[in-house]
Design a protein around this ligand. Structure first.
Ligand SMILES: [Zn+2]
Length: 146
């Protein structure tokens, strides 16, 4: 059996939230990803903030960003749960979305065999419980059989 990337335990993790990011987390709790787009000029503003970086409008709409794909990633070896356990890997990934130009979302790529992870690989969202929120993570979409 090949090594697969670990799923982080976020159960004690407190997500920092503010009035500008609250719609993101509210929708994440329903296992849906939305990103903030300027209501005046359509520029995505990520991380979420009060003003559009292009036109300074405060109008915002929250939209589903479409298909995600890996922009960049790294493979981090980490120790197993005890000294006799095999080593594990974490795979933080930076993901872009076809419907949200300019946005790069960083999170963990879970349950992936390191040899399957490639730049431009398609990903789908998955969701992990944190202390006060639901956190988006990525999975490879249609991974090849191992
Ligand atoms: Zn704008």
């Amino acid at each position: 059996m090949s090594t697969r990337s670990i799923t982080p335990d976020l159960s004690a993790f407190e997500v920092p939230m503010d009035v500008w990011s609250e719609p993101y987390w509210h929708t994440a709790a329903e296992h849906r990803l939305v990103l903030p787009r300027c209501g005046a000029c359509n520029t995505f503003r990520w991380p979420a903030g009060p003003f559009c970086p292009e036109c300074r409008s405060q109008e915002v709409e929250w939209v589903a960003p479409g298909q995600g794909r890996i922009y960049s990633f790294t493979i981090l070896p980490v120790a197993g749960p005890d000294k006799d356990a095999p080593p594990q890997v974490r795979i933080p990934a930076l993901v872009t979305f076809e419907g949200a130009p300019g946005v790069r979302l960083v999170s963990a790529l879970i349950d992936a065999a390191p040899e399957e992870v490639k730049i431009d690989a398609l990903v789908e969202m998955d969701w992990l419980p944190a202390a006060n929120a639901t956190v988006p993570v990525f999975r490879l979409q249609n991974p090849p059989p191992v």
